[in-house]
Design a protein around this ligand. Structure first.
Ligand SMILES: *Cc1c(COP(=O)(O)O)cnc(C)c1O
Length: 418
C-alpha cells in the first residue's frame, strides 16, 4: 500500500525539484513519504513500517526519537535556538571531541559536512601555501565545487556537474583508493604544490570500502615526508567506528579531521578539528576566513552532547557484535543462492556488492550489477526493510536495532533474492 506516498510525491514534484531536497532520496517509481520514526523503524504515511538502515544517511546512531536527545533538546528549545554570541555548551561539545579524537586539539563547528571539508581544504591550502588537493575517485566530501569530481581517472578531473567551472576543479587531482603507486607518482609529478590529501578512511559513499593493509599509515608517512596535510573526512566514520573515529580504529593520526552527521545527534552540523598550529590559523585567531550564522547553534550542539554522552564502551562493543551478526547472517543466506555478491562492512557499516570481485576502489565497485541491486532494494522495501536506494551508499546499524530486527532483516534479504 503506497497510495498517499505516490500522491504526495506527485504533489511534491510541483514545488520541489524532483520532489525532494537532496537527489538520492528520489528513488523510483516514487519514495515513501515518512510519517514518523521510532527506534530502529520508519513508519510511512500509508501505515507501512520499515526497519531503517539508512538512518538519515548516518547521523542516527541511537535510532529515531532517542529519549535523552528529545529531553535535552526540549529543555534547550525553551532557552533559545540561536544566539549570535557564544554559549558554554559549545565548549562542552568541543571538549568531548578533543577528548575522544586523537588529532583534535581544537574544533570549529559548521552547519554541514560540506562546509567542514570546504573549510578544512582552505585551511590546508593556507597552511602549505599550495593549491593542489588530492582526492580519491569515488569519495564524497560534500557538494562544494572543488570536490565535485569523482568519475574518470587521470591526473585532473572534470567537474561532475554543469555549473561548476573547470577552473574550480583544475587543482583537484584524482587517484584510485588503495593504490600506493598512484599516490607516489602524483606526489612526484606535482612536488611542492600539493596542499592536502583528503580521504574517507573507510569509503562510505561508494558502498563501503575499507583501507587495505597499511594503506592509511602509508598515506600518513608520505604526506609527512612531503609537507602535505592529511585530512581524514570522518563525516561518516566519526563516533561510529570507534569513539575516536577511524583514526583511533586504525591507529593513524591525520593533521585535520572533518565531522558531520553523528556529531549533531540528528540536527544539522559539521565540524573540523586538528592540531593547534593549524586550527589557530582560523579567523579570528588567524586570518583564514571561515564563518556561519548558525555555526555552533545550541540545538545542534545539544544534539551532539546528548548523543556523545550515550556512546560508551558498551555501545561500541554491541555495535561491533551487531555488525558481525548481520554480515554473517547475510553471507549465510547468500551462499545458498547462485548470485554474484560480496558482503562488505566495518563495525556498524555494511553493504552487499552485487559482484564476485573484491572491491578495493571505484573501478572495482563499477563491476557491480546495479540492476540486481535495484531489485534487491525494492524487494527489501516490500519486505519492510529500508536501505539507501543505491548500490553506492552504505547501510548503518543503530543502537535501537535489536537481534530480532537483524533476524527479520536476514530473512527479508533471503526472500528478496530468491
Ligand atoms: C555526508 C558526507 C559529507 C557531507 O556532509 P553534509 O552534511 O551532507 O554536507 C561529507 N563527507 C562525507 C564522507 C559524507 O559522508
Amino acid at each position: 500500500m503506497s497510495q498517499k506516498s505516490e500522491l504526495l510525491f506527485n504533489e511534491s514534484k510541483k514545488y520541489l525539484p524532483g520532489g525532494v531536497n537532496s537527489p538520492v532520496r528520489a528513488f523510483k517509481p516514487y519514495p515513501f513519504f515518512v510519517d514518523h520514526g521510532k527506534g530502529s523503524c520508519l513508519y510511512d504515511v500509508d501505515g507501512n513500517k520499515y526497519i531503517d538502515y539508512c538512518l538519515g544517511y548516518g547521523p542516527l546512531v541511537l535510532g529515531h526519537v532517542n529519549k535523552k536527545i528529545v529531553e535535552d533538546i526540549t529543555t534547550q528549545l525553551s532557552c533559545g535556538t540561536t544566539f549570535g554570541v557564544p554559549s558554554e555548551k559549545e565548549i562542552q561539545l568541543a571538549k568531548m571531541v578533543v577528548d575522544r579524537v586523537p588529532c583534535a586539539d581544537m574544533v570549529r563547528f559548521t552547519n554541514s559536512g560540506t562546509e567542514a571539508t570546504m573549510s578544512a581544504i582552505r585551511l590546508a591550502r593556507a597552511a602549505t601555501n599550495s593549491k593542489k588537493i588530492i582526492k580519491f575517485i569515488g569519495s564524497y566530501h560534500g557538494a562544494h565545487d572543488a570536490v565535485l569530481v569523482k568519475s574518470g581517472s587521470g591526473a585532473v578531473g572534470l567537474p561532475d556537474s554543469p555549473g561548476v567551472p573547470s577552473e574550480a576543479t583544475e587543482n583537484t587531482i584524482l587517484v584510485p583508493f588503495n593504490d600506493k603507486q598512484a599516490i607516489e607518482d602524483i606526489i612526484k609529478e606535482y612536488s611542492g604544490d600539493i596542499a592536502c590529501i583528503i580521504v574517507e578512511p573507510i569509503m562510505g559513499n561508494i558502498g563501503c570500502i575499507a583501507p587495505k593493509d597499511d594503506y592509511l599509515s602509508f598515506l600518513r608517512k608520505i604526506t609527512s615526508d612531503n609537507g602535505i596535510i592529511l585530512i581524514f573526512d570522518e563525516v561518516i566514520t566519526g563516533f561510529r567506528i570507534a569513539s575516536g573515529g577511524a583514526q583511533e580504529y586504525y591507529g593513524v593520526t591525520p593533521d585535520l579531521v572533518t565531522f558531520g552527521k553523528i556529531v549533531g545527534g540528528g540536527f544539522p552540523i559539521g565540524a573540523f578539528a586538528g592540531k593547534k598550529e593549524f586550527m589557530n590559523m582560523i579567523a579570528p585567531e588567524g586570518n583564514v576566513y571561515q564563518a556561519g550564522t548558525f555555526s555552533g547553534n545550541p540545538i545542534s550542539i545539544t544534539g551532539g552532547i546528548s548523543t556523545l554522552t550515550q556512546l560508551g564502551a558498551d555501545f561500541y562493543s554491541s555495535m561491533h557484535d551487531k555488525g558481525e551478526y548481520l554480515r554473517t547472517g547475510i553471507k549465510e543466506v547468500l551462499s545458498d543462492l547462485s548470485i554474484d555478491y560480496t558482503v562488505v562492512g566495518v563495525e556498524s557499516m555494511f553493504q552487499v556488492y552485487f559482484t564476485s570481485n573484491d572491491v578495493y576502489n571505484y573501478d572495482d565497485a563499477q563491476t557491480c550489477d546495479v540492476k540486481a541491486f535495484d531489485k534487491y532494494f525494492h524487494n527489501l522495501l516490500d519486505n519492510g526493510v529500508f536501505i539507501a536506494p543505491s548500490q553506492f551508499e552504505c547501510g548503518f546499524i543503530s543502537r535501537s536495532h535489536n537481534i530480532s530486527d537483524l533476524d527479520k532483516t536476514i530473512e527479508s534479504i533471503k526472500s528478496s533474492l530468491i
